[in-house]
Design a protein around this ligand. Structure first.
Ligand code: PNS
Length: 176
């Protein structure tokens, strides 16, 4: 069985992440979305909330792959997680050249620590090439409309939190 881990902060998950996940789901038998719990990196949402939002996003956007995609929180080294769950691939998205150097460094370092785990990159679809979680957070914080950038589950989550409330002019899509 080909098991891959897709690690990240996902604070919040964006349509770019969903795009990478969809394509990884077409290649691997199981994809584990691994949400980093990092006490040294301040995240807006707790790991548990991020896991919940990602699960809801997958249910809404990738329903056909539900049985093959799992979501979990983790701390420590990503390669240790891979070994624990028997994953031989790490999935990362590459948006623009700007991502390349940091991703290359991470891939080589992970490979040094775990030669049996390979990193696989998916080029993010062009329409998401300049999308990032931090931009989404900033736009939402100042009342901008992030509906075109994130799954509906994220909009619901943003609307629940005071300082990032969804703009009144952009009502949430109905549950229908
Ligand atoms: O979404 P991000 O913040 O770009 O994801 C970064 C992530 C979680 C993939 C990276 O920070 C990571 O793997 N952290 C776990 C600790 C680890 O393994 N560090 C060594 C990386 S070479």
């Amino acid at each position: 069985m080909r098991i891959a881990v897709y690690p990240g902060s996902f604070d919040p998950i964006t349509n770019g992440h969903v795009d990478v996940l969809r394509r990884a789901g077409a290649v691997f038998d199981r994809v584990i979305v691994a949400v980093l719990v990092n006490p040294r990196k301040a995240t807006v949402d707790s790991a548990d909330d991020r896991v919940e939002t990602i699960r809801a996003s997958i249910a809404e956007a990738l329903a056909e792959d539900l049985d093959r995609i799992e979501v979990m929180a983790f701390d420590g080294l990503t390669v240790d997680l891979c070994r624990r769950i028997g994953a031989r691939w790490l999935v990362r998205g590459l948006r623009a050249v700007a991502d390349f150097e940091a991703e290359l460094q991470m891939a080589h370092t992970n490979r040094k620590m775990a030669p049996d785990v390979d990193t696989v990159f998916f080029m993010t679809a062009l329409e998401h090439a300049y999308l990032s979680s931090s931009l989404v957070r900033e736009i939402a914080r100042f009342g901008g409309d992030v509906a075109p950038l994130v799954p509906t589950a994220v909009l619901r989550r943003l609307a629940q939190t005071d300082d990032r409330a969804a703009p009144a002019a952009a009502p949430l899509p109905s549950e229908d």
